[in-house]
Each structure stands twice: as structure tokens, then as C-alpha cells.
Write a protein that binds this ligand. Structure first.
Ligand SMILES: NC(=O)C1=CN([C@@H]2O[C@H](COP(=O)(O)OP(=O)(O)OC[C@H]3O[C@@H](n4cnc5c(N)ncnc54)[C@H](O)[C@@H]3O)[C@@H](O)[C@H]2O)[C@@H](O)CC1
Ligand SMILES: Nc1ncnc2c1ncn2[C@@H]1O[C@H](COP(=O)(O)OP(=O)(O)O)[C@@H](O)[C@H]1O
Ligand SMILES: [K+]
Length: 504
């Protein structure tokens, strides 16, 4: 499903109203009906509802909702943030209609709250807000957050801006956000997402072709649009599913290379080999019996002198991952740079593998690589602070992927995948069970496995993130979010892989 920014949403609205001719009042009526329906289905007490409405169209949605809630039999009070004389257009029209209804109307700043409300509806600002709220609006939003009732935001929690995932200032903290037509950026991407609660999307009659006309470029991957896995031909053999290589390990971090390799084999690569510093080879031989190993050099970490042998070994393989547990020794960094320069193989680069890379190295990875940094690793790559990356994820990933022709998987509680044509995929799978060393190694193994099995880079990245996240969700439901180890994830990869086969 597309994720829109506020400008795209406004253009899709405009297209629907002006080009197709659906009146804006109809859209507002549909929005209010949709929100009322969601309120009706909420499993919370809803005898007394307060709607706080601003002067724009978001306020108009709230004013119209007041009428719908009255019709549904709820006791509802409306608190306006502006004098009614300031209303215009559809909000004014709906305000005038509401005069015929026995709904009490107050001023949000001047009048005291009359009741303890079961539900507080925030329709103060929607996609029209572009700067932080200040003064009396800021105080009002603070006050609403302190109220005990269940909180519903219309379209967006007031105080968030529709074109960024950053939290730009004080904002309403919703339990449920009901948005129109499509989710917007702040609904789906942290840190703004944290303020939205559960996000419900209401169809207000904006057709798909109106959405397509605004050229969306951000998509959320969900159960409904993830591509299913193909069943294997009955006469297939291991040669059909590639030979994947995991280059990793150093003294103290051998496990990272082993976990990545095991994930890779488990997800279906035809052959998997761990390339490991020779002093650690026994661990690889004994640790993963189904995986082969190639001992490199003579020490317990990779050095530039090992690059020639390793390059020769990997050159006829299908894909190589570089990084898990490699360490950051200068000689290891030189080794990695030489491998990148000396091969044309598809590469998946993670963790320590990314540490010493510069512009020159990234240029050599064009159209043959996937990188999987977490926020801190990506911040170093693009020379920004962690904070700057968190608040500008979409732009930074898009810029990097299009400039270098590299698929970028930016990992965090949400994961953003940027592909070289400028499209962004957002995945909200996973649980805090994954906030544990080694989850990233499992992801590297999964992505490498799917590249080996001839999936596109985009699909390989999507499958890796999806399967890791969904496996964590399954296990968190059964156990808890603390005691799950990466080995447990690897053992249970089959559950979600089965799901991806279903109906195929
Ligand atoms: N036809 C449409 O355009 C539809 C719009 N809808 C609703 O309309 C909303 C967008 O409406 P608008 O574009 O009128 O915008 P909003 O209603 O989000 O807010 C705009 C109003 O807030 C004021 N404002 C903005 N930033 C402020 C700040 N920091 N401090 C104080 N005041 C500030 C503006 O001057 C303006 O009066 C959507 O979020 C959605 O709820 C829905 O009814 C669906 C149909
Ligand atoms: N709270 C969370 N919710 C969902 N996914 C998470 C969460 N925390 C971590 N993850 C996922 O776990 C993985 C962690 O990777 P990474 O930080 O590289 O760990 P490591 O290097 O220790 O293996 C990423 O795929 C990330 O998206
Ligand atoms: K709102």
C-alpha cells in the first residue's frame, strides 16, 4: 500500500474534487462516517465524547463527526479552537448544519471541560500543519494528553507534520489515529509513528487512480502485497539455488559468521560456504555441519594478503556477504576493499564490512549490492549524526540508493529499504525481541540466501526483513520479548516461510 506525504495527499484530494468532480463536502461526509464507524467498533467505553476541532478541514472532519456521533446515540460535546465566525468552506457548512442538533459547542481555550470524557477526539490540525505548534495550541495539546479518556486523532495527531517522520514539536498522543485514503509518512515511520497508536485507514471515495496520479514512491510491505514464494520444481537440484558465501568472523566474533551462514542455508541456498580466518575454521566445521567452510590466511582475522585467495574462491559463486563479526582491524578493512575492487559478484555488506568503506568503494558496488546498516552505521556512511538519520531516514536512504545504485536496508524498529530507482519500501515487522546482538547477522544470512536463489535484490531484502520480523512476532507471542535467542529465530524460520508459500 502506498504511503503518502501531505503534499501528495492534498494533490490526490484536489484531483478527486476538481478533475473527477466529487464535491469536497462528500469527502468530508465520508471521512466523518468512516471515523464514526471505527468509534462504534471500538471496544472502549464511549458514553461521553469530546471533539476538539480546529478551523481548517481537519476541524471540519471533527465538526461533521459530532453530528455522526450524535446520530449513533453518543453524548457529544464540541470544543472549537476558533470563533465560529472564522470558519469557512466545508467546516462552516457542517458547523451550520450542526446548529440544528442538540450538541453543546464550547470554546476550547476559554471554556472549562464540562465532563470526564470517555473519548477525546483530536481534530485540531491534520495535514495542514507544517510548523511546530506554539502558545495556546501547545498548552491545549499538552492538556489533552493529560486527560484520562481514550484518545483518537483524526488524520494525524495534532502537532505532527504530514511530510516527515520527525516529531517536530508538542503533539497529541493517540491510542488510535483514523486517517483518510492512505497512511501518511508519520503514521508508519518512527519516531512520529509512536504518537499515532493503531492506525486505521478510511476509504473516502478517492479512487486508486487519483492516488496514482500523485506518483507515490513509498510503499508499505504487508501480508497483502508481499510476493509469495514460488514452489520448487520437483526435479530441482542444489545447483539451482546458488552457492552463497558468507565472509566473516574474527577472534571473539566467530558466532556472527556462523549464525549468518546457518540462516542462509536454512532459508534455502543450494550451497553455503563460510569463508573464515583459518585459525577459527574448526569452529565453522563443527558449528554448522550443513555449511562448508573455506579457511582464509593464517590468523584469527582477515588481512589484505588473504584477499587474493578469497577472491579466487568466491569469483564463480553466486553471491557473497561480507561483514558478520569481521572486526575493524585496518588490515581487515583493506581486505574488504580489495574484495570489492577485485570482484563483480553480487555483494551483501553488513556491520563491520561497512565500517571502513568510502565513496570510492560504494561507486564500485553500483547495481550489484545490498547494504544493511543500522542507524549508527548509516550515520557514519552518510556523515550525519544518528539524530539526523532518524529524522530524515527517507530522504537519506533515497539519496544514497539512487546516487550509488545500491539497495539500502536501513534497520531499526521500522526498516526502510531504498532501491536505486528511488522507490522506498517500509516494513513494520518485528518486535523488541530482535533488539539483541546477532539479529542483524541472521538478516544478512537471509538476504544472501534469497539473492543466491535468484530473487531480485529488492525481493531478497524484503524477504529477509519480513521473515526475520515475522519470526520474532511468532516467537514473542509464544514466549516473550526477552528470552528469544537468534538460534531460536533460525530454528523457527520455517513458520513464516510456510506462510509465504501459502496459496501458491
Ligand atoms: N477535501 C479535502 O481536502 C479533505 C480534507 N480532509 C481533512 O482536511 C485536513 C487538511 O485540512 P487543511 O488543509 O485545512 O489543514 P488543517 O485542518 O490540518 O490545518 C490548517 C489550519 O491550521 C492552521 N495552522 C497550521 N499550522 C498551524 C500552527 N503551527 N499553529 C496554529 N495554526 C496553524 C492553518 O492556518 C489552518 O487554519 C486533513 O488532515 C483531513 O483531516 C478530509 O476531510 C478529507 C477531505
Ligand atoms: N524493536 C524492534 N522492533 C522490530 N525490529 C527490531 C527491533 N529492534 C531491532 N530490530 C531488528 O533487528 C535487527 C538488528 O540488527 P543489528 O542492529 O545489525 O544487530 P546485530 O548487529 O547485533 O546483529 C534489524 O533487522 C532490526 O530491524
Ligand atoms: K488531528
Amino acid at each position: 500500500m502506498e504511503i503518502l506525504d501531505s503534499v501528495q495527499m492534498a494533490s490526490a484530494d484536489k484531483y478527486t474534487i476538481e478533475k473527477i468532480g466529487i464535491p469536497s463536502t462528500v469527502l468530508m461526509e465520508n471521512a466523518a462516517s468512516g471515523i464514526a464507524e471505527i468509534i462504534k467498533n471500538l471496544d472502549v467505553k464511549k458514553d461521553k465524547i469530546a471533539v476538539f476541532a480546529g478551523s481548517g478541514n481537519n476541524g471540519g472532519d471533527g465538526i461533521t463527526l459530532a453530528r455522526k456521533c450524535y446520530n449513533a446515540g453518543y453524548k457529544i460535546d464540541l470544543y472549537l479552537t476558533s470563533p465560529p465566525e472564522k470558519l469557512k468552506g466545508d467546516p462552516l457548512l457542517n458547523y451550520n448544519i450542526l446548529q440544528y442538533y442538540p450538541v453543546r459547542i464550547f470554546n476550547a481555550f476559554e471554556d472549562k471541560l464540562l465532563e470526564d470524557y470517555d473519548i477525546i477526539v483530536d481534530s485540531i490540525f491534520g495535514t495542514g500543519l507544517t510548523r511546530p505548534v506554539e502558545g495556546k495550541y501547545k498548552s491545549l495539546i499538552k492538556k489533552l494528553n493529560e486527560l484520562p479518556g481514550f484518545k483518537i486523532a483524526i488524520d494525524m495527531p495534532s502537532g505532527l507534520a504530514g511530510n516527515t517522520n520527525a516529531v517536530i514539536g508538542e503533539c497529541f498522543r493517540a491510542d488510535v489515529t483514523v486517517t483518510m485514503c492512505r497512511a501518511k509518512i508519520p503514521h508508519k515511520i518512527y519516531p512520529a509513528k509512536k504518537f499515532c497508536g493503531k492506525v486505521e485507514v478510511v476509504d473516502i471515495s478517492i479512487p486508486d487512480f487519483a492516488v496514482a496520479s500523485v506518483k507515490p514512491y513509498i510503499y508499505e510491505i504487508t501480508e497483502n502485497n508481499i510476493e509469495k514464494l514460488n514452489k520448487r520444481e520437483s526435479d530441482s537440484h542444489k545447483g539451482k539455488f546458488g552457492h552463497a558465501v558468507i565472509i566473516g568472523g574474527s577472534a571473539g566474533k566467530t558466532g556472527a559468521a556462523l549464525m549468518a551462514s546457518k540462516s542462509c542455508a536454512k532459508a534455502g541456498a543450494g550451497l553455503t560456504t563460510t569463508v573464515i580466518p583459518s585459525a577459527l575454521n574448526l569452529a565453522a566445521e563443527l558449528g554448522n555441519p550443513e555449511v562448508m567452510s573455506f579457511p582464509a590466511g593464517s590468523g584469527d582475522y582477515f588481512r589484505e594478503n588473504d584477499a587474493k585467495d578469497v577472491t579466487e574462491f568466491i569469483n564463480d559463486k553466486t553471491v557473497a556477504a561480507i561483514g558478520p563479526g569481521m572486526g575493524r582491524n585496518d588490515k581487515t578493512i583493506e581486505f574488504i576493499k580489495q574484495i570489492i575492487a577485485a570482484t563483480n559478484l553480487p555483494l551483501v555488506i553488513d556491520a563491520d564490512g561497512l565500517y571502513g568503506l568510502d565513496q570510492n568503494d560504494f561507486e564500485k558496488l553500483r547495481f550489484r549490492s545490498i547494504i544493511t546498516p543500522h542507524i549508527g552505521e548509516f550515520a557514519r556512511i552518510v556523515n550525519k549524526t544518528n539524530e539526523e538519520v532518524i529524522n530524515n531516514k527517507l530522504e537519506l536512504v533515497r539519496e544514497f540508493s539512487t546516487n550509488y545504485g545500491i539497495v539500502t536496508v536501513l534497520k531499526s524498529a521500522d526498516t526502510i529499504i531504498g532501491i536505486p530507482d528511488g522507490t522506498i519500501f517500509v516494513l513494520n515487522t518485528g518486535t523488541p525481541a530482535l533488539a539483541k546482538g546477532g539479529s542483524g547477522d541472521c538478516l544478512t544470512g537471509l538476504i544472501t540466501s534469497f539473492v543466491s536463489q535468484n530473487c531480485t535484490f529488492k525481493n531478497s531484502a524484503v524477504y529477509g526483513v519480513w521473515i526475520l520480523g515475522k519470526t520474532a512476532e511468532h516467537l514473542t507471542n509464544i514466549y516473550n520479548e526477552r528470552t528469544i535467542l537468534v538460534s531460536d529465530l533460525i530454528d523457527n524460520l520455517w513458520i513464516e516461510i510456510n506462510e509465504l508459500y501459502r496459496n501458491n
